[in-house]
Design a protein around this ligand. Structure first.
Ligand code: NAD
Length: 565
C-alpha cells in the first residue's frame, strides 16, 4: 500500500527510555531518528514548516517526502546497514558492519567551479540539492544553546583582551561596556545572553519581530525597546550601573548601525550575526519586512545586489565605530566578503572572531562538544552536568559555564548541553557518560556530537581558517580527512557539507555524532571517535606551525610523522 506523502506538520522527537514496536531496531538508528525529528521540533527549528532549522535556509531534509522516507528507512535499518543521504534525500541502504556509521550524509557539495549561489539555487529549485548549514542537515542542532557557549567564550575572550585577565575570576569582564550587534535568529539569538553572562550591556537590532519575541520568551533577551532612543537610554543606564542588560530593537541594521554611528553612540564592542552569508537572507535597507521573501524570490539577482549594497553601508559603519575606538569583529557570517563584493574596500579592516579569539582554543583540540538526552528527561542532563563538574574540578571557567547554563538555559526540544572540551577531555566525558547510561544513572542513551565549527572539521577562509599561520586557509583536505577518520573510528553518523556558516563556495566541513548507549561496543567506539575527532584539529594546527598545537600533540602522544624533532 502506498501512502500519499504528508506536507508540513508539527514534528517532535519520540521520548522515553526503551525502544518500542514503533521504534528503530537499535539505539544508533533510533538516535538518528530522534535527532532528525528534534531538529524540526517547533521549539528548536526557526521555520519548521519549510524544514528550515537555522542559519538562513539550513534544512534537515530536502522535502517532506524525503523526511518521511528517511524516517521509514531508519525504522527499518539493521545494525549492520548504512543509510546514504544525499542533500537531505535518502538514496540507498547498503550492507556495511556494526562499527560503520548507520547514516552517511553529504549536503550541498558542488564541484568547485560550479560552487556559486546562482548554480546552487538553480539546482535547489529543481529539487536536486539542499542547503544543510552545519548541524541542520547533520541532525545535531540543539537550539540556540548550541551556540551560546561559543558566544559566551568569545565575549569572555573579548573581556580578557580588555584587561579582565585570563582567569576571569569575576566573570563580569564586560561590566561597564555596551555591545552593539544585530540578528536574533537561531545562532544570533545567543548574543544577548552571552554578553549579559559576561556582565555587559547589549543592543541587538533585529528586523523580524517574531525573533525578538522568541528570544524574550526563552530568556535569551531581557528587554524590547520601542526605538533606538529607548535602546540607548536603557543600555547606557545599565552600563553606568555596571549591570548586565540586553535590549532588542526592531529595525534594519543597515540603517540603524550607521544611524548610531552618526549620533556618536557610546558603543564599546561591535559585531553582527544577521544571515549575511546568504544575500537573499539579509534584508536590504528600504525593503519592507513583509515584502522580503516575495521580492527575493521574484528577482534574486537584483535583490542580491541591493542586499550587498546595504551590507556595505552596515560594514562601513562598523569600520566607523572601529575608527572611533570600538573593538569590532566579524562573527562568522561573511558580511565583510559581501560588503567587499559591493565595492567597500575597507571591509576587511576588522578581523574575524576566530583569528582574534578562538584559534588558541582550536590548537588544544578544543571546540563545541555537545550532547542530547534521548529520554527527553532533563534529569539526565543534570546528571551529565554533575559528571562534567566531577571530571574537570580544576577548570573554573568550565564549571562556571555549567552552573550558569543549568540556571539560565531553557531547553528547546530534547534536553541538551554544550561545553567546549579539548583533546583528551572529550573522550573522558564520553566514556563517563556511557558508564552512567550503563549503570542506569542516566535513563536512556545520549547522542554526543558537535558543531562543524570545530578544531579539525572545517575549511572556511572567512571564518575558522582565516589567516592561518602558514597561509593554508583554503585547503579543504582537513575536513574530508576528519569525516573519513570519524567513519573509520565508529561514529554513529558522519556528514560532509559545503557552504555552511559563510555560504556557498566558501567552506567545506564535516560532522559526527556518536551514541552512548551504555554498551561495551559504544565505549570502544566513543573512545576512538572522541580521541580522533579533535586530534585531527590538533594535527591540522601542528601542520600549520602553531607551537601550542605541538605541545598538545606531545602531551597526548599524537604521532606526527613530519614533526621536526
Ligand atoms: P538566522 O537566519 O536564524 O537569523 C538571522 C537573523 O537576521 C534573522 O532573524 C533575520 O530577521 C535577521 N536579519 C536579516 N537581515 C537583517 C537586517 N538587515 N537587519 C536586522 N536583522 C536582519 O541565522 P542564524 O542561525 O542566527 O545565523 C546568523 C549568521 O551567523 C549566519 O550567517 C550564520 O551562518 C552565522 N553563524 C555564525 C556562527 C558563529 O559561531 N559565529 C555560527 C553559526 C552561524
Amino acid at each position: 500500500m502506498t501512502t500519499t506523502p504528508a506536507g508540513p506538520r508539527p514534528v517532535r522527537a519520540p521520548r522515553g527510555t526503551t525502544l518500542s514496536a514503533r521504534s528503530c531496531k537499535g539505539w544508533q538508528q533510533e538516535a538518528a531518528l530522534r535527532m532528525l525529528h528534534n531538529n524540526l521540533d517547533p521549539e528548536v527549528a526557526e521555520h519548521p514548516d519549510d524544514l528550515v532549522v537555522y542559519g538562513g535556509t539550513g534544512r534537515a531534509a530536502r522535502d517532506w517526502a524525503s523526511f518521511d522516507r528517511i524516517t521509514a528507512s531508519l525504522r527499518d535499518l539493521d545494525g549492520d546497514e548504512t543509510l546514504l543521504v544525499q542533500s537531505g534525500r535518502p538514496v540507498g541502504i547498503l550492507r556495511t558492519h556494526e562499527w560503520a556509521p548507520r547514516v552517511l550524509i553529504a549536503n550541498a557539495n558542488l564541484v568547485p567551479d560550479w560552487a556559486t549561489w546562482e548554480e546552487f539555487r538553480r539546482l535547489d529549485a529543481l529539487g536536486l540539492t539542499m542547503y544543510g548549514q552545519m548541524t541542520a542537515g547533520s541532525w545535531i542542532y540543539i537550539g540556540t544553546q548550541g551556540i551560546l557557549q561559543g558566544t559566551y567564550e568569545t565575549f569572555a575572550a573579548v573581556a580578557a583582551g580588555r584587561g579582565d585577565g585570563p582567569d576571569r575570576p569575576s566573570g563580569d569582564g564586560l561590566a561597564g561596556t555596551i555591545t552593539l550587534t544585530a540578528g536574533l535568529g537561531g545562532m544570533g539569538g545567543a548574543q544577548p545572553l552571552a554578553v549579559t553572562m559576561n556582565g555587559g550591556a547589549a543592543i541587538v537590532i533585529e528586523c523580524d519581530a517574531s525573533r525578538i519575541r522568541r528570544r524574550l520568551e526563552t530568556r535569551y533577551l531581557d528587554a524590547w525597546a520601542e526605538d533606538l532612543d529607548e535602546a540607548l537610554r536603557l543600555a547606557t543606564r545599565a552600563r553606568d550601573a555596571r549591570r548586565p542588560l540586553s535590549v532588542g530593537v526592531l529595525g534594519n541594521a543597515a540603517e540603524m548601525v550607521p544611524e548610531l554611528l552618526r549620533r556618536g553612540a557610546p558603543i564599546d564592542i561591535v559585531t553582527d550575526q544577521t544571515s549575511a552569508h546568504d544575500p537573499l537572507a539579509y534584508l536590504p535597507a528600504g525593503v519592507a519586512f513583509e515584502e522580503w521573501r516575495e521580492r527575493a524570490a521574484a528577482k534574486p539577482e537584483e535583490f542580491t545586489q541591493r542586499a550587498r549594497e546595504s551590507m556595505a553601508a552596515h560594514v562601513e559603519a562598523m569600520v566607523g565605530f572601529m575608527d572611533a575606538g570600538a573593538e569590532v569583529f566579524d562573527y562568522g557570517n561573511s558580511i565583510r566578503g559581501e560588503a567587499r563584493a559591493a565595492g567597500f574596500t575597507r571591509a576587511f579592516d576588522f578581523p574575524g572572531f576566530v583569528p582574534a579569539y578562538i584559534r588558541p582554543l582550536f590548537c588544544e583540540g578544543r571546540g563545541p562538544f555537545r550532547w542530547a538526552a534521548l529520554s527527553g528527561d532533563p534529569a539526565d542532563i543534570a546528571a551529565t552536568d554533575r559528571a562534567i563538574l566531577d571530571l574537570f574540578p580544576d577548570n573554573e571557567p568550565l564549571a562556571r559555564w555549567i552552573r550558569m547554563a543549568g540556571e539560565k538555559v531553557a531547553f528547546q526540544g530534547l534536553p541538551a548541553r554544550i561545553c567546549w572540551l579539548g583533546q583528551g577531555e572529550r573522550a573522558a566525558a564520553g566514556l563517563r557518560f556511557n558508564e552512567l547510561v550503563a549503570s542506569g544513572e542516566i535513563s536512556a542513551p545520549l547522542a554526543i556530537g558537535r558543531d562543524h565549527l570545530d578544531t579539525g572539521s572545517v575549511a572556511s577562509p572567512y571564518r575558522e581558517t582565516e589567516a592561518m599561520a602558514d597561509g593554508s586557509d583554503a585547503i579543504a583536505d582537513w575536513p574530508l580527512l576528519n569525516a573519513l577518520v570519524n567513519t573509520a573510528s565508529g561514529a554513529s553518523w558522519v556528514s560532509i557539507h559545503h557552504g555552511g556558516g559563510v555560504g556557498i563556495g566558501r567552506s567545506v566541513h564535516a560532522g559526527q555524532v556518536s551514541v552512548a548507549d551504555g554498551t561495551d561496543l559504544a565505549a570502544a567506539k566513543l573512545e576512538r571517535v572522541l580521541t580522533n575527532d579533535p586530534a585531527t584539529g590538533v594535527l591540522r594546527h601542528v601542520d600549520a606551525g602553531y607551537p601550542r598545537a605541538k605541545e598538545v600533540a606531545e602531551q597526548h602522544t599524537l604521532t606526527v610523522p613530519m614533526r621536526e624533532d
